[in-house]
Design a protein around this ligand. Structure first.
Ligand SMILES: [Mg+2]
Length: 221
């Protein structure tokens, strides 16, 4: 069994992280909530779709231009804040990851690679994964690509866990092989989204473990 698991709002309490990040890095150095919100997303176009992502470097540059923001201190506080993010890792996530072999676990994350990697490193969980995959592509495509490269045996069970429905829409190649879990944590930023096509809907990773165990998840070919 190979498990492809999302980072934000699945392993990591990104909502809480973002609140503290705003307070302890930006507000502390003179920025306002409005400044923060206005400079939060950057956009890029791909396949005729406009996608958004967060880039702290660009945000710090943009806010640093305001005379009431202390840019040097902002940069310094940003780096200090990012160093230890262990407290934002959900407890059940650590249990879930430790229960599985490192070789079966793939972390799949969407966003600016540099910032995502800083968060993952700060969370101090990198050692629990076979591979960490970060990109600005739909996660299902990142999974597809990895499966194609790895030559897993045909009866290897594949599982994907994500909180964002759009990342769980299966591609044709993975339709029969991949089992999807839509994770709706009470703390999740997107808990109100519904997903009509995931195989299972759960509230935490303990429930995911229980389903895997109870149903001995079988894939029909
Ligand atoms: Mg997520």
């Amino acid at each position: 069994m190979k498990i492809f698991i999302d980072f934000d709002d699945v392993i990591f309490n990104t909502g809480k992280f973002k609140e503290d990040f705003l307070d302890k890095v930006f507000i502390k150095n003179g920025a306002t909530r409005e400044d923060f919100a206005k400079t939060y997303y950057y956009f890029f176009k791909k396949n005729n779709q406009v996608n958004k992502y967060y880039d702290p470097k660009k945000q710090i540059e943009a806010l640093g231009k305001k005379e009431y923001v202390n840019k040097d201190k902002l940069k310094k506080d940003f780096n200090v804040f990012m160093q230890d993010l262990k407290k934002y890792v959900f407890r059940d996530a650590i249990c879930f990851l430790r229960k599985n072999s490192k070789h079966d676990l793939f972390l799949v994350s969407y966003g600016d690679p540099l910032f995502q990697k800083m968060k993952i490193n700060g969370a101090q969980i990198s050692g629990l994964f076979e591979k960490i995959i970060v990109g600005r592509f739909r996660k299902i495509d990142l999974i597809s690509r990895e499966v194609g490269k790895r030559n897993f045996s045909q009866d290897e069970k594949l599982i994907a866990i994500d909180d964002l429905p759009k990342h769980l829409r299966k591609t044709r190649e993975l339709k029969k092989r991949l089992i999807t879990f839509h994770l709706k944590r009470p703390e999740g930023r997107y808990k109100n989204l519904t997903c009509g096509y995931a195989d299972y809907e759960t509230k935490n990773l303990k429930e995911v473990s229980e389903i895997i165990k109870k149903e001995k998840i079988q894939i029909k070919f």
